[in-house]
Structures are given as C-alpha cells and as structure tokens.
Design a protein around this ligand. Structure first.
Ligand code: SF4
Length: 526
C-alpha cells in the first residue's frame, strides 16, 4: 500500500457508489467504519447533486470490533430495505471493513429479502475506483439482465423493418461531463434513426437493466466503466458493441459511420448535414495560438486517447508527453504514444507526473484536477479533460466533450488558456506605458475619469517577471538574462529558453548571460 496526500482514483467502493448514485431505486449497504462516510461529500459538494447518495453505512466503531459486527451489518441491510424500499440492492465492504472478513454477500442472502441483492467483492488493496465501478455495473447487469438471456447458441431475431435500437453504457455519477455527453450522443443517435433502448447506469432503474438484452447493439461511451458489462452482453445476447468514442470531429464522424454500419443505416446524409466550428477555427487566424504548441496529456484512458488525437490531428499541436493512471488500459495508451514517437507515462503517482511536466516544459497541459495544480504552479496554461475533477468542472451550462458540440467545447476550453497567456504578456509589456499604467483612468473618460497617468510624474514600478522552472542539469541563468528572456512574448518564451539552453550546452557554457541569449538567437536564425 502506498501512502500519498493525493490520488487519481479512490478505493473501488467509491466506484460502486458512482454506479449506485447514478441509478434510481437501487440502494448500497456498505460495511464501513464511521469515518468512511466522507465519500458522500464527493457527490454532494463536488458534483452538487441535490440529494444524499443512496448508501447506508454500518458505521461500526472501534469498540464494536470486539463484538458482533456481522449482526450490525444484517440489521443495517434490513433497516435500509424497510426505510428506502429499493427495487434492488448491492452490498459490500469498504477497505477497512474488508479486514474484518464479515462476508456481506452471505449475510445479506441469509435475510431472504424479496428483491435482488447483488454482493460485491471489491479487493480494495489491489484495485481502484474505475475498476470498482466497472465490476459493480457488470455484476448488476449480469444479475438483472441474466434471467432474460436466450439459451446458449440461440440469438434474438431482429425484424428487418423494425427501428434499430441500442443501449448507451457507461455514464455514472461523478463522471467528467457524463450527463452532457449522454444528451449529445442521444440526440446524434436519434437523428441517425436509432432508438434508445436503455441508458445505464445513469438514470436507469433495476427494471431497465433487465431490458438490456432487447437492444440490437451497445454504445460504449466510457470503456473504463462499461467494457466488462458490454463484453458479457455480447457473449450472452450476441449484441455487438461500438469501439469509437466520439470525442473530436474525426472520432465523431467515425462513430456515426460505426453506428450506421451496426444499425444498417446510411451515415452520409447526417455527415453532410453536420459541421463543428473546430476545423475552421483551428485553420483560421486562431491558428497563431495552435500550430506546433507543445502539449502534455494525462488522465483516464478514454479521454487521454481522444485528447491526444484531437490535439495532433485537429488542432495542429505537438504532443510531447502522454500518460494515464488507468492501468487496465495501459496497452492502448502505450500503443498511441508509440505511434506519436513517445514513451507513455503509466503511473498513479502525481509527483512523477509533475516531474515529467517540469522536464518537458510544455506550453499547454491537458489533464485532471491535479495537472491543473501542477501547471498553475509551473506557470503553464492548462485545461481539464478527465476525472478526477473539481466543483468547477460541473458547470451549470451544457458543456459536453462528445459529438460536434463537444468538439466546439474542446476548442474553446483548450485554446482560450493559450490566448490568456498572450493577453497577460501584452498587459505586462504595456504596464509601464503612460496610458496603461495602474493609476490611469479609462481612456474614454479622458481627464474626468480620475487621476491620469499623463499628469503623473512617476511611472508605475515594473512588475516582477514570472520565474519559469529550470530542469535539473540545465545551465543556470543570470538575473539579467532571465529578465531579457521575460521580454520575449509568452507564447515563444519556452522555445527561446530551450533553444538557448541547448545552444549553451553545445558551446560548453554553464551560465547563460544576455550575450548567450543573443548568440543563441543569431545561431538559430541562421
Ligand atoms: S480506509 Fe478506504 S474508505 Fe476509509 S478513508 Fe481510507 S481509502 Fe477511504
């Protein structure tokens, strides 16, 4: 076990909570000590859901450990059933409760409740949150849809003139823009002519999961959560599943083609009708902010795989670093990194990620809440693309990541931080100007707007330059050289620093002065 002050994923029972909280008429009884009720706050404070998660904790205390915790668990299950009247229940243990080995599944079964009770075995010391969500969803699907499975070897017949139907699998509570993605994908599928059988787990009740087998195919939105269940549905009901996640314009078009092929429909009219603003914006004047920008990408596998391709193929960025904390999908991320000439960073240690970002000095970081902190500390522009996320990543406005509208959102959220960098640079450059200094009134108010800088004898003091991180082993900079570097526009400053340091290293210079900076400039402009 690795002790840390911050983690990309919680324990697997938090994944089970994400599934339970997303669904309706499902209740989770969690054998857990008093302190573990903290997990409720993730949903009420970060996602701002207007109700408590449907979870009953046994909340045993230290003094209970010497007595009968098994009876405490059974009483909690019975009381939760009577109070909440759910249509199905899941039962399991948190990390700490796993150690007392009370067998929640067996104890709940002994109560013989008149609803399905699904036991969860989530090994907290080997696995994490997304795996816990996937395992919970899979066991629920198996328990509730399983009784409707056709006999082995027999498949459901689809009438040729019936409207094709699909399930949408994977969205949960506390997911990055899951609710908005579902709205976008449902609209796309309906426009294509596909009916939605069930969306799950988000907003699904147990009886909806029982109907999953009635669809013709499954749309897997988030493989970390839905892949295991979708594979079981494929084996049991013969339902094919999608492989493309529609993030970015290219992937959205590929997704429409893939779904159309599964549904035996024509994708062309819809592809011709639809446009995102992303391709034109990224070719237009805004490309000043985009072309060749060095980008570091880190997060869950679904979003990292999509973001790296969008960054390279649709925005003209150079991906200089790529990694994930989703160990279950490390193979896919490694393959894409190799295709981009990189070595993937597979880790759940944010300190390793911070070190890689410091070494690479990208101009933009696309990551999680943690990379937002790292980038902010290092003075690098950043946009959030993946869980774990913070309260501001649950915006009030519709902000999907998927579909054509999602591509517009990607453009706005990834490019604006780069523009802000440019604006900050311009503000810094003109800070000492008589018209723009801090005591100057707005120019349209002329002399009547307050004390004017034109009348002010003393110019404002220059602002301190931001100090950029220096990687270990790099030549040092004199204060004058740092100041001269600070005069170089923000959007090329990183490149100027790297070029000067590589020039200094080639020349055997250990301290960079203003002269070294100009020599390097002359060298590279030859
Ligand atoms: S023991 Fe497990 S559930 Fe309790 S606080 Fe630690 S990680 Fe969370």
């Amino acid at each position: 076990m690795h002790l840390t002050v911050w983690t990309y994923e919680g324990p697997p029972h938090v994944g089970a909570m994400r599934v339970a909280t997303a669904m309706r008429d499902l209740h989770y009884v969690l054998h857990a000590p008093q302190g573990d009720t903290y997990a409720d706050l993730l949903f009420t404070m970060i996602e701002r859901i207007p109700r408590r998660p449907p979870v009953t904790y046994t909340t045993f205390q230290a003094r209970d450990l010497g007595s009968d915790t098994a009876t405490l668990f059974k009483d909690s299950v019975q009381a939760a059933y009577e109070r909440f009247k759910p249509k199905a229940m899941i039962v399991g243990a948190s990390c700490t409760a796993e150690l007392i080995q009370d067998d929640p599944g067996g104890l709940a079964e002994a109560l013989e409740l008149p609803i399905p009770v699904v036991p969860l075995e989530l090994p907290a010391y080997q696995r994490k949150e997304n795996w816990g969500a996937a395992e919970t969803f899979y066991h629920l699907v198996r328990a509730l849809a399983g009784p409707q499975a056709p006999p082995p070897g027999q498949q459901r017949e689809r009438s040729p003139d019936a409207t094709p139907r699909c399930n949408i699998l994977g969205p949960t509570a506390l997911g990055f823009r899951h609710r908005d993605d579902v709205r976008e994908v449902v609209a796309m599928l309906q426009e294509l002519g596909v009916a939605i059988n069930v969306v799950a787990p988000l907003d699904a009740a147990p009886e909806h999961l029982a109907r999953l087998g009635e669809a013709d195919f499954n749309v897997v939105l988030y493989p970390e959560i839905a892949d295991t269940a979708a594979r079981w549905l494929k084996r049991t009901f013969g339902q094919p599943m999608t492989s493309v996640v529609p993030i970015g314009v290219n992937a959205t078009c590929d997704f429409i083609r893939e779904v159309a092929a599964l549904a035996e429909l024509d994708a062309q009219p819809m592809l011709e009708r639809h446009q995102s603003r992303l391709p034109w914006y990224s070719r237009s004047i805004d490309s000043t902010y985009l072309t060749g920008k060095r980008v570091f990408v880190f997060g869950d596998a679904t979003h990292v795989l999509a973001a790296a391709k969008v960054a390279r193929d649709e925005l003209g960025f150079e991906v200089v670093g790529l990694g994930t904390y989703s160990r279950e999908f490390a193979r896919e991320v490694r393959a894409l990194a190799k295709d981009m000439g990189l070595e993937a960073l597979i880790t759940d240690d944010y300190l390793e990620v911070e070190q890689r970002v410091t070494e690479l000095q990208p101009e933009l970081v696309l990551g999680t809440q943690m990379e937002r902190h790292i980038a902010k500390r290092l003075g690098i522009a950043c946009a959030v693309i993946s869980s774990p996320i913070h309260v501001q990543d649950f915006p009030a406005a519709h902000s999907p990541q998927m579909g054509f509208e999602g591509a517009n959102v990607l453009f706005d959220t990834w490019v604006h931080p780069l523009m802000m960098g440019l604006e900050e640079h311009l503000l810094g450059m003109f800070r000492e100007d008589f018209e723009f200094n801090e005591t100057a009134a707005p120019s349209h108010l002329g002399r009547y707007g307050g004390p004017s800088a034109v009348d002010s004898p003393e110019p404002a003091a220059p602002a301190a330059l931001p100090v950029e991180p220096v990687p270990a082993g790099a030549p040092s900079w004199t204060p004058d050289a740092e100041r001269a570097l600070g005069q170089i526009p923000f959007f090329v400053r990183g490149k100027a620093r790297r070029n000067t340091e590589s020039f200094a290293r080639d020349q055997g210079v250990s301290t960079i002065t203003v002269e070294t900076l100009y020599d390097a400039k002359a060298h590279f402009s030859r």
